[in-house]
Design a protein around this ligand. Sequence first.
Ligand code: EPU
Length: 430
Amino acid sequence: MDRIRLVGGNQLNGEIAISGAKNAALPLMISSLLTDEPLVLHNVPRLADVKQLERILENHGVDIAVHGRRRGEDEGVGQRMTFHAADIVDTTAPYDLVSKMRASFWVIGPLLARCHEARVSLPGGCAIGTRPVDLFLFGLQALGAEIDIDEGYVVARAPKGGLVGATVAFSKVSVGATHTILMAATLAKGKTVIENAAQEPEITNVAECLVAMGAKISGIGTRTLTIEGVERLHGATVEVIPDRIETGTFAMAAAMTGGDVLLKGARPEHLQAALDILARTGTELIAEADGLRVRRNGKGIQAVDVETDPFPGFPTDLQAQFMALMTMSNGTSQIRETIFENRYMHVAELVRFGADISVNGQVATITGKPQLKGAQVMATDLRASVSLVIAGLAAKGETVVNRIYHLDRGFERLEDKLSRCGAEIERLAG
Ligand code: EPU
C-alpha cells in the first residue's frame, strides 16, 4: 500500500487549482440513469470514488466515455465525461460494488423511477458511523414504492405505472436521501414536496443538472424542494462545482503552516461558515476574482470553538482538518460533532504528533501546543487522512501517513498540489 512521507515546517506559498467536487460528481453521474440520452459532465475529478462509481454504472448498462484534454488546457482541468444510459440492462447493484462506497446506494432512486424496480445491496456501516438508510426507504415508500429487505438487499418496486408524487417530510437532514428522492421524484406522476431537504451546494448542482435535463424543480437551494414529475428527461451538459471541502482543507493547511496561497476557482460562498471560523483563528481570507486567497503570517493561531451542522453550517467533512489546526492554537477549543456519531477516529492519530485532545461523547477538547512532532500515523477515512497530512505539514521532522488509499478516494493530486506550494511531500510506493 502506498504511503505519504512529508517533512514539516515549510510555509505554503503559491497557487492551488481546486478540483471538481467529489460529492457533486457522484450524484451527477448517478443522474445519468434517469435518461436514455447522454449526460455530459465537465470538471469531473480523477478520483478512486469516481472510478468505483463508473464500475457500478457500467454494471447497469451505462456507456461511459472520458474525453481527452484540449489544446491549451492544463493538467489541472478536470475530466470531460459522457454517461449514456441508453438501455438499463440490470437493476441490481450488487454487494461487492455497493459495499465499497456508500453513495452507490443512491442509484436506487433513478432505477426505481425509470425502470420501476431496483435491487440494491444495503451499504452497511463504515468507519465514521452506522449510517442507516431509513430516510431513503421512508421517502421511496412515500412515493408509493413497495420495499422488502431480502438477503442484505433492498428490493424496491414502484406501483403499476410508476412512482407517484407525495410530500416527503424528512425527520433529519440527509444529503444522500435528498439526492435520491429528488432524482426519483423527477419521473414520478404529479407533485412531490421534499421538506427538511439538505441545502448543500452539491444538492443545488444536481437539482440544476436535473432542470437542464428537463425536470421541473422549484425551491432549489432552500429547505423545501418542489418537483413536478415529467414523462421523460433528456440529455444535458453540466459542470461539476469546485470542491468546497478541498478548498477548506487547503485553507486550513495554509492557516496552519503560514504562508500565502491562492485557491484558484474556489467559491467562498460554498463554505462561508468554515471561512468565518478560520477568520476568527487569525487567518486572512480574501475573495479574489479567480478564487480565494488564504494568508497567515507570523501571528499565532487563535483557539475557536466549532459545532458541525448541515449546510450552511460548519461541514462535518472539515471537522478533522480543523481539529488538526487547533492542535497548534494558543488556547483551548472545543469541537462538537453533531452529524456522525463516530467521527473522531483521527484523534488517536493526532495524539501521536503530541497533540493534547480528549473526547467526551460528541465533544472533543483540544489544548493547543506551540509545536507538533512528526510521527508514523495511519488513516481510517478520507477526511481523517488529510487531517494527518495537515498536521504533518506543520510538525517538526518527518511524518509518514500509512494507508493513503483513503486519500485517493477524495483528493486529486494532493502531494503534487502541496509540493508545488513548497511542501516537502512525496508518495512512497507500497
Ligand atoms: N442518516 C440516517 N438515516 C438515513 C440517512 C442518513 O439516520 O437514512 C443519518 C446519518 O447516519 C448521519 C446523518 O443522517 O448521521 C447525515 O448523513 P447524510 O445522509 O447527510 O450523509 P451522506 O449522504 O451519507 C454525505 C457526504 C459525506 C458527508 C455527509 C454529511 C457524499 C458522497 N457524502 O454523506 O461525505 O459527510 O453527506 O455532510 O456526498 C466524505 O466526503 O468524506 C463524506 C463522508
